[in-house]
Design a protein around this ligand. Structure first.
Ligand code: GLY
Ligand code: MN
Ligand code: MN
Length: 444
């Protein structure tokens, strides 16, 4: 059992201080929590906090509002649900205003009912208003209404902000760089998720349903404290692996097929995003092994190249060359090798990106471009975390290749942190060599 180290109130306070440092004098920033979403009559989807709101507060209740006022003395206001005995008996405990101040470090805490009057007052006289524009339609409407109220009092001296600024670039850039404490959580959720992939390999058997393996994965996440999956698990037997976002997970596992599983838990809000592909009966066929080893070679080469200064363009070139050459050697791509490499011909079978940023969101925020000219991909820096996930997908219907390749879909995905020295692979316990996978499955 993993002993979890989670973030403290101080981690969240430091983030707010860092954001304050980027705000101009006499400005105000407003961030909204998510609302609960109805699933069907009288039932809600499990609540997932807005990740930006969570990043700045650690506060996990719906409907709340964070207001950061930058003036001579910076101050943070939280508006949240009131304590209410009856509501709490039915729906669960509420933090309330007193605990919000004492346990979460806000300077002031008010009820949701106070928002309507207080926000125009807080906004009045500020030079700039920061919020996540277009991210939350009800916040956009609220902001418009607050501004209207401030402007309505202009003859009595009110002054609305002249500048409305999208806070997204500031937040995205903060979230892109993980602190040591965030990396500790991401290591933990990777170990939990890697254990779930191991368990899936152990429990896999011809004749079981994909959803039974999904259940093993969710069980392993939850019993280690990652109660929820970071995204819907993909458990795709045989040709289903060639549907990139396959989540039906309803078919029977067949002999001599591969099983592609893309699944990661969420711990303290942070996602793991791991893919493994393995033979359902425990032994790769020669054709499966050839494709698998090629994808693995390209993945390892990309991971080995990661260090500060490198970027996704560099990795794409590297992986493109390896996959194209390998597919040519296997006779799957035909023609002139130099030309095939030049036109990155592997893209016929490697149909998605090589990776993405990872953090509170599985497809995490952060600009991929080096600058506003948007002509060059951004160089990796210490503290960034990304996935590396090459794949080869040959649909069962592809008659341009020999029949032995058809229906093979392979993706291998690890989570990598950039370090001063190069990189750290956070995905440490999900077997991925042919030998390790076959040995584990032979024992179970
Ligand atoms: N699990 C989604 C992805 O790999 O991007
Ligand atoms: Mn991914
Ligand atoms: Mn994935």
């Amino acid at each position: 059992m993993i002993k979890h180290t989670l973030l403290s109130v101080n981690d969240f306070r430091l983030r707010r201080e860092k954001l304050f440092a980027s705000l101009p004098d006499n400005s105000i920033a407003v961030f909204a929590a998510n609302n609960e979403v109805t699933r069907s009559n009288d039932t809600e989807y499990l609540f997932c906090q807005d990740k930006n709101f969570y990043y700045l507060t650690g506060f996990n209740e719906p409907d709340a509002l964070l207001v950061m006022v930058k003036s001579a003395q910076n101050s943070c206001y939280l508006f949240c649900r009131e304590k209410d005995e009856l509501q709490e008996v039915w729906h669960g405990r509420r933090i309330g205003q007193e605990n919000a101040k004492a346990d979460y470090g806000f300077d002031h805490a008010y009820t949701l009912a106070d928002i309507e009057q207080m926000l125009p007052e807080l906004i009045n006289g500020k030079a700039a208003l920061y919020y996540l524009q277009g991210a939350n339609p009800s916040l956009d409407l609220q902001v418009a209404s607050w501004l209207k109220q401030v402007k309505a009092g202009s003859r009595t001296g009110n002054k609305a902000p002249q500048t409305l600024v999208d806070a997204k670039p500031l937040l995205d850039d903060m979230r892109l760089f993980k602190s040591e404490n965030e990396l500790t959580i991401m290591r933990q959720v990777n170990v939990i998720s890697g254990g779930a992939h191991q368990r899936a390999m152990e429990k896999s058997a011809v004749g079981k349903f994909e959803y039974q393996i999904e259940a093993e994965i969710l069980h392993e996440f939850a019993r280690h404290g990652a109660r929820f999956a970071a995204y819907n698990s993909i458990v795709a037997g045989g040709d289903n692996a060639n549907i990139l976002h396959y989540t039906d997970n309803c078919e029977v596992l067949a002999d001599n097929d591969l099983l592609l599983i893309d699944a990661g838990g969420e711990l303290a809000g942070y996602a793991a995003d791991i893919t493994r592909t393995f033979p359902i009966n425990g032994k790769f066929t020669d054709a499966q092994k050839a494709i698998y080893q090629l994808v693995l070679d390209s993945q390892i080469a990309a991971i080995e190249a990661i260090k500060p200064g490198c970027n996704f363009a560099h990795l794409n070139t590297l992986v493109g060359e390896i996959l194209t050459t390998g597919l040519y050697d296997l006779g799957i791509l035909q023609g002139d090798l130099a030309e095939l490499i030049n036109e990155n011909a592997c893209k016929k079978y490697f149909i998605h990106g090589l990776g993405h940023w990872l953090g509170l969101d599985v497809h995490d925020v952060g600009d991929y471009q080096a600058n506003d000219k948007r002509e060059q991909l951004r160089a990796f820096e210490t503290g960034m975390v990304m996935t590396i996930e090459p794949g080869i997908y040959i649909p069962a219907t592809d008659e341009s290749v020999d029949a032995k390749w058809r229906g093979i879909g392979v993706r291998i995905e690890d989570n990598i942190a950039v370090t001063d020295q190069g990189h750290e692979n956070l995905t440490v316990n999900a077997p991925k060599s042919v030998h390790d996978i076959e040995a584990l499955m032979a024992r179970s």
